[in-house]
Design a protein around this ligand. Structure first.
Ligand SMILES: [Zn+2]
Length: 370
């Protein structure tokens, strides 16, 4: 668990800050109707068939951009940008040939790009913030993070020192901001003594951190992003970001329960990638650590932990965590044949739209007689 709880394991033990580790395939969601697709081609076909173009559209890596500013932190290739349904394009006030917009954008490494696409009197506007982070700056931030973790202290002062030490890595400023937003959020969530933020402030900090870190293809960014998605019970997103780690395995299990409850594989978190799991442990707050520990075990093996879990459950927990525990206890009691307790936990989630299906399925299984 978090380096500030345990005095983190020595740094000669590998943690997955460097090295290859890629998140799982992106879930491709239609921004207009929310339907999901397995490939970019399928999504593209659906996009034009189901939602005919009435205004110009801009695509980045096959994903359609909305009106919100998008931050790009890696060098942009001209082929990553595609324009549909536009006869003219304006980039920061200068007219450019539509077919050359991608090339123009690929030449920019540090600027906010305001793009207007137009056709027959219809216009659409987009904003790309291109801040290409240098490898040296990204590594600089990660080295400072390691130093902070090695000090085994997390308080306001430690974060301020981290900010001061990373200020010279200016191209990676968003990376640093995202990490800090998470750490502040985590302190608020844990009600750290020297943290002036109220407990609920963690929600906004977590949301900010997830947004800031999303553009960074770095293990630490994926790990923090995955922990945040897991906290908010976005299990498939957590699984995608942390594929192969303990968190990824547990998230996949919760997602499976929600989606069908049939054939959810027994998970063995022992198989998880050790370095990534070690990195995960570095930045995992206390409650999440407990939940991951229990939810990573076979259900039948939970029989000896039920008292601990129920005791933990009585604490002042975040609602999102309470939901996970209701699910875990519901499943565990059902597996152990303790019908009455299983029903109590299932009923507690019956009125949440996202969990209704799970709750009803569990209630049916253990046999409620109305
Ligand atoms: Zn759609």
């Amino acid at each position: 668990m978090g380096f500030w709880h345990t005095g983190y394991i020595e740094f000669h033990q590998p943690v997955g800050l460097t090295g290859e580790w890629k998140p799982g395939p992106l879930r491709l969601t239609c921004p207009h109707c929310g339907q999901e697709f397995g490939s970019e081609d399928d999504l593209r076909r659906h996009r034009f068939e189901a939602h005919p173009l009435y205004r110009p559209a801009l695509f980045l890596n096959g994903r359609e951009l909305g009106t919100q500013r998008v931050r790009i932190t890696r060098p942009l290739g001209s082929k990553q940008i595609r324009v549909e349904g536009a006869t003219r394009a304006v980039l920061n006030g200068h007219e450019v040939v539509v077919a050359r917009l991608g090339l123009k954008l690929s030449e920019i490494s540090n600027d906010v790009c305001r793009i207007v696409l137009g056709k027959e009197g219809v216009e659409a506007q987009f904003e790309l913030e291109i801040r290409v982070a240098s490898e040296a700056d990204l590594c600089g931030v990660e080295n400072q993070f390691k130093s902070m973790a090695a000090c085994r202290r997390l308080d306001m002062r430690a974060i301020e020192d981290f900010i001061a030490a990373t200020s010279r890595y200016s191209s990676a400023i968003g990376y640093c901001d995202g990490i800090c937003a998470y750490l502040y959020g985590l302190m608020a969530k844990e009600r750290a003594t020297d943290c002036s933020l109220p407990h609920e402030a963690y929600l906004a900090r977590y949301a900010k951190a997830a947004e800031e870190l999303a553009p960074y293809d770095r293990n630490l960014a994926h790990t923090i992003g995955g922990l945040i998605e897991f906290h908010f019970n976005h299990f498939r997103d957590a699984e995608r970001l942390c594929a192969g780690s303990r968190l990824g395995a547990v998230a996949s299990r919760f997602a499976g329960w929600i989606e069908s409850r049939v054939g959810v594989p027994t998970i063995y978190t022992d198989d998880a990638d050790e370095e990534i799991t070690a990195l995960e442990g570095l930045v995992t707050e206390w409650d999440t650590e407990q939940i991951l520990g229990w939810a990573g075990r076979p259900l039948l093996a939970l029989s000896e932990h039920l008292d601990d879990i129920e005791l933990f459950f009585k604490r002042d927990l975040a609602e999102f965590d309470r939901v996970k525990l209701h699910m875990l206890l519901g499943e565990a009691f059902a597996a152990l044949g303790k019908t009455k307790s299983a029903l109590e936990h299932a009923r507690a989630l019956r009125n949440l739209p996202a969990l209704e299906g799970w709750a009803e399925a569990l209630i049916r299984e253990v046999g409620e007689h109305k």
